[in-house]
Ligand binder design. Structure first.
Ligand SMILES: Cc1cc2nc3c(=O)[nH]c(=O)nc-3n(C[C@H](O)[C@H](O)[C@H](O)COP(=O)(O)OP(=O)(O)OC[C@H]3O[C@@H](n4cnc5c(N)ncnc54)[C@H](O)[C@@H]3O)c2cc1C
Length: 416
């Protein structure tokens, strides 16, 4: 295949690898350029590696055929070529950005050493290298502070506690995972962490990172209170990695803007996964990234006129219309905590709410209904009904008006 028709994918994460493999199946070889040293892996399972439940090999993804290890540093749109850090140039017919996200580094005093690196003991939690670095540093009794109480911070705190660290979780807002959960479910997650020995501080803003000899020693709160720390984990959210696109002059808002065919403002460049912004939304979740990759594979295979090993040739009518993404978190192990949340979990005035709670078993189920439609729900500890509820939510069909089926949806464990 000449460089005029070649598909080049930047990024060998969940979306890039899925796309390259799917294209291979559809008879369109693609070159996937990824900067990470490790075999492609499932990022969603990094907390399980940190917790010591899985080895890195267990979370490896099947690598696509054309995988090159390099960091792309520039896009020459006029010449349709990308440049890599080692000086190589790679020509493309279609370029796909699957560059993922970067962790948000909060504006803390002392966060960077004079040569702009993180001090020893301070880690982001995004890559396998972050995970292995943390894993190496954690020992029973180590004092760890996790900054951020979203999905990432909760997973990291739990994993570190499981490895015997003394963990403090500092969350700026008033409750844990407030983007995904309602107050009751947040409270259950907090109780779960506390039960594992994690000290949870909410409405608590970290201001300062204190180091001695280039290594972290403590963190200081806005109210002046200082916590000793041998390890600090930054779990303050992510931002789409759109620098390459911006420098190349593509339209970028929060992420790289794409249409329903995952096309950027340059018709020869597409974008999928965490780096892409579709219809105003940057998802930052695995399911939309995979769905976008699947749609794009169909489109590119149809454009290439390929006839795949399975006799398929792509589907030119495939479109990405958005994902109604369900957030699911399993904190596995002995003290397992399963939770799932979708849509709007906090009702507006006038919404109907059905709630079932069992404080002995630590389970909680709630759904929010507006104008006979399921608009959101949250399940903690008891996920048997999640499949049926998610289907009712995704379908957005009106629910029968007598309320019976709703209760049935909440209690019928056979539906998933
Ligand atoms: C610890 C953790 C837990 C998570 N848990 C969940 C969860 O429970 N549920 C959920 O839905 N989502 C979860 N996520 C989010 C999920 O992992 C992402 O949404 C998903 O990985 C997005 O896939 P992606 O391919 O767009 O990006 P990524 O998987 O980040 O892959 C992007 C790849 O591109 C590479 N890259 C970037 N720029 C370049 C360049 N210039 N040259 C070469 N390579 C480059 C990066 O190094 C990276 O390997 C979690 C994330 C983390 C970090």
């Amino acid at each position: 295949m000449t460089s005029n028709t070649r598909v080049v994918v930047i990024g060998a994460g969940l979306a890039g690898v899925r796309l390259a493999r799917r294209l291979g199946e559809l008879g369109v070889p693609a070159l996937c350029v990824g900067e990470e040293e490790h075999r492609p892996y499932n990022r969603v399972l990094l907390a399980e590696v940190l917790a010591g439940r899985y080895s890195p090999e267990v979370i490896a993804l099947p690598a696509p055929a054309g995988l090159v290890r390099a960091r792309v540093t520039g896009i020459d749109r006029a010449a349709r070529a990308v440049t890599c850090a080692d000086g190589t140039r790679i020509g493309y017919g279609t370029l796909v950005l699957a560059t993922g996200s970067n962790p948000v580094l909060p504006p803390l005093r002392g966060l960077f050493t004079p040569d702009r690196v993180l001090p020893e003991g301070v880690h982001a939690f995004r890559t396998m290298d972050d995970c292995l670095g943390l894993s190496k540093a954690v020992r029973p009794g180590v004092r760890a502070v996790v900054i951020g109480g979203g999905l990432l911070g909760v997973s990291a705190a739990r994993a570190l506690a499981r490895r015997g660290a003394q963990v403090v979780l500092a969350q700026q807002s008033e409750r844990l995972m407030e983007r995904h959960l309602d107050p009751d479910a947040s409270r259950l997650v907090r109780e779960h962490l506390t039960g594992l020995g994690v000290e949870v501080h909410t409405e608590c803003r970290v201001r300062d990172v204190r180091c001695v000899g280039g290594a972290v020693r403590s963190v200081e709160m806005a109210d002046g209170y200082a916590l000793d720390a041998d390890l600090v984990v930054l779990a303050c959210g992510v931002r789409p990695r759109a620098g390459l696109a911006k420098e190349a002059g593509l339209a970028v808002h929060k992420g790289v803007l794409v249409d329903d065919e995952l096309r950027t403002s340059d018709p020869h460049i597409r974008a999928v996964g965490d780096c892409a912004q579709h219809d105003g939304t940057v998802y930052g979740l695995a399911a939309p990234a995979l769905e976008q990759a699947d749609v794009l594979a169909e489109l590119l295979a149809a454009e290439a006129g390929g006839s795949g090993v399975l006799g398929q040739a792509g589907d030119a009518s495939a479109r990405y219309r958005g994902t109604r993404a369900l957030t699911r978190l399993t904190l596995a192990g002995q003290d397992c905590l399963d939770l799932a949340a979708f849509g709007e979990t906090v009702p507006r005035p006038g919404d109907d709410v059905v709630r079932l709670a069992d404080s002995t078993r630590g389970t909680y189920r709630k759904v929010v209904v507006r104008d006979d439609r399921l608009v959101g729900g949250v399940l903690v500890g008891e996920l048997g009904t999640v499949g049926a509820l998610a289907r009712a939510w995704e379908g957005a069909e009106p629910l029968p008006s007598d309320g019976g089926p709703l209760l049935h949806l909440l209690t019928n464990d056979g539906g998933s």
